[in-house]
Design a protein around this ligand. Structure first.
Ligand code: GLU
Length: 377
């Protein structure tokens, strides 16, 4: 059964597993204190979803904002990485306590998971996280997930919880993600401009859709903005997961969005198997392979990546690493797990399969990236 309308997010048959992402600006008031009443109402919506038979996972920001207020750090704790990490260390305790209290008041048990980008990019750790989330859901708990901000360094941070929510949804094998935002949905231009209209439904995040997103969060508290929400929609979409942007600034935002059919629904174009879904959502690549037009066309038809179509190699990757595949214009076409290390690809690029054994000195693998280990973007 397919999700086609916002109302389907409340249908346990269509959405048995739902991720709800709550941003810092909704969770924390301008005074640095948690917005308890709003959160209590959201917790009641989560309890109602559970009572309908849905499983709910929360992705919650707010650690940095809460911690910065406690420590008295400027710029909401986002003045430097060190400030953010210290703030998160303090704020995360408060955040976890808040969810434990508010879900507890609904008779629900909160479970905390702190993950880094690397935890979810590493296949073994990803599968571990996935198993833990499933176990928690089966046991009736509500996983509350945040980035482990205190240890994740700048280069390896998600930095925004929108992409984290999409990645967590993959790990949780969720059906949909609801991103609670400070706007009703995606508009065709800056929503403050006259004549701006909201898109109720988006099928595939195209260039034109990206152009509609105005950058930067309006609240100045979170780090998301529409750009990261679109990236999240892409990650979710590659795994066949629906993503909705709805307005969180009202009380009981999920019921409001569904009741008024107000929000933007991003519908996935395909549903990859679990390995490909994980691969397509990987955030960091060890290198890149550049291919010619013939090879690009063959990949689009579902073929494996062969040495003969490769024109360039970037990065010092090793066998089994995830690499990006780009065309001659620099467009990202695919990502996949490579069968050779970078120096070997350098040696065999442009050569036909029959020539590889002699160049390498051993029996070559059937492809540089096998189609089963390759995801088109
Ligand atoms: N993980 C950050 C926090 O808890 C928030 C990231 C974001 O702004 O999306 O404060």
């Amino acid at each position: 059964m397919m999700i086609e309308h916002l109302a389907d997010l409340a249908d346990p048959a269509k959405t048995p597993r739902l991720v709800v992402k709550v941003g810092s600006a909704l969770l924390v008031g301008k005074d640095g204190q948690p917005r308890r009443e709003w959160l209590a109402a959201l917790a009641s919506e989560i309890a109602e979803a559970r009572a309908r038979g849905q499983q709910v996972i929360v992705v919650s920001s707010g650690a940095i904002a809460l911690g910065a207020a406690k420590l008295g750090l400027a710029k909401g704790g986002r003045g430097s990485l060190a400030d953010a990490q210290a703030s998160a260390a303090v704020g995360q305790i408060a955040l976890a306590g808040l969810w434990a209290d508010l879900l507890g008041a609904q008779g629900l048990t909160a479970a905390q998971l702190l993950v880094t980008l690397e935890d979810l990019d590493d296949r073994r750790r990803y599968l571990n996280a996935s198993a833990t989330i499933s176990k928690l859901l089966e046991a009736g708990a509500i996983p509350v997930i945040n980035e482990n901000d205190s240890v994740a360094t700048e280069e390896i941070r998600f930095g925004d919880n929108d992409r984290l929510a999409a990645r967590a949804a993959q790990a949780a094998r969720a059906d949909a993600v609801a991103l609670l935002s400070d706007v009703d949905g995606l508009y065709d231009r800056d929503p403050r401009e006259p004549g701006a209209t909201m898109l109720p439904r988006v099928q595939g995040v195209t260039r034109a859709i990206h152009d509609m997103a105005s950058t930067g969060s309006t609240s100045g508290m979170g780090s998301g903005g529409m750009t990261s929400k679109l990236q999240a929609a892409e990650i979710a979409g590659r795994a066949g997961i629906v993503l909705a942007i709805i307005n969180g600034t009202h009380d009981r935002p999920i019921a409001r969005a569904i009741g008024n059919d107000l929000g933007t629904l991003f519908l996935p174009r395909r549903r990859d198997g679990s390995l490909k879904a994980w691969l397509g959502g990987r955030q960091r690549m060890a290198g890149a392979i550049v291919v010619d037009d013939g090879c690009a066309a063959a990949l689009m038809r579902g073929g494996s990546l062969l040495a003969t179509g490769i024109t360039g190699v970037e990065g010092a990757f090793r066998r089994g690493d995830a690499v990006a595949v780009r065309d001659s214009a620099g467009r990202a076409l695919a990502q996949g797990l490579i069968e050779y290390e970078a120096s070997e690809v350098e040696a065999i690029l442009g050569h036909r399969s029959e020539e590889l054994a002699e160049i390498l000195g051993y029996a070559p693998r059937s492809a540089v990236i096998h189609r089963d280990q390759l995801v088109l973007l």
